[in-house]
Design a protein around this ligand. Sequence first.
Ligand code: MG
Length: 345
Amino acid sequence: MLLHFEPMLLELRHPFRLATGTRTHTKVVLTQIHWEGLVGFGEAAMPPYYGEDHETAKAFLSKASEVLLNENNSFGSSDGKEEIARIMEKIDAIAPGNNAAKASVDIALHDLWGKVIGKPLWQLLGSELEKMPATSFTLGIAEPAVMQQKLEEASGFKIIKVKLGSGDDRQLIRSIREMSSLPIYADANQGWKDKEATLDLVYWLQEQNVQLIEQPFHKDDLGSSAWLTERSPLPIFADESFQRFTDLDRVSDCFHGVNIKLMKCIGISEAIRIADVARKHRLKLMIGCMTETSCGIMAAAALAPQIDYADTDGCWLVRNNPFEMPAFGNGRIMLDSTPGLGLKK
Ligand code: MG
């Protein structure tokens, strides 16, 4: 198998204001795995706060390409899921971290698997299309006029996601409520500090038809999250507190659910393991994304029907997506019978 990779800068439609700062672009690396005349596409999306960038990804993927060079005979000959899991164990062992770079290999392998077998990935993963959850659309924090414009761009989406925790949250929600009555997912991105004040706010948010809360407190402050989870009328999800399968034990008693992102958990293979075990812990599941091209988003969408909540709007937030946008209807990504991820250039 031959691995190619190409760094790219994704431009955001609107500067993205979070509790942690403002962003205008995201670094990604697009990967291709060539095998027997077929090409699998993958992507690493690397927001700055996880410590990966073009240089680290290029260094890692150079090493990964050596591992893949020796994978010429086995892939596609037996069960693809196990084959990919086996290859990803080797990729994961190359070096710690580099989660998005690893995910770019996993996603490309899954796309390739579908193309080898001639079936769409969602079907190979056992997803049922009628269970596809609606995806939220993230409304970055902005002046009311800009928010209005963003809401118009988001028409078609049935759920709004709002980033809280960097200012007057009640005022922000009130101003959205003047423009829209859609259900809201609220993401504090670690921005809240005081437990009691947060609990008050969560009750108020529930009255505003907010349906879930993501990452209320600092990622390491699991005690506060556990306290809130015990009392909150809304489900509380771990995002920054939860990266990989090995984190499940640590967070499972502190949150109602976990936000699985392929770029955090090195791809689809591990995301499936997380979902299986998280359900045994009675955790709710959310599938999220970074700012990504259609490639990463279609990979998440293939798994999304097996997940409770979806926040897979990443490619709607970028200006220069090199792939066709996913088909979309009734607030949901619509998958079809195209083999692999179903990506169109
Ligand atoms: Mg989040």
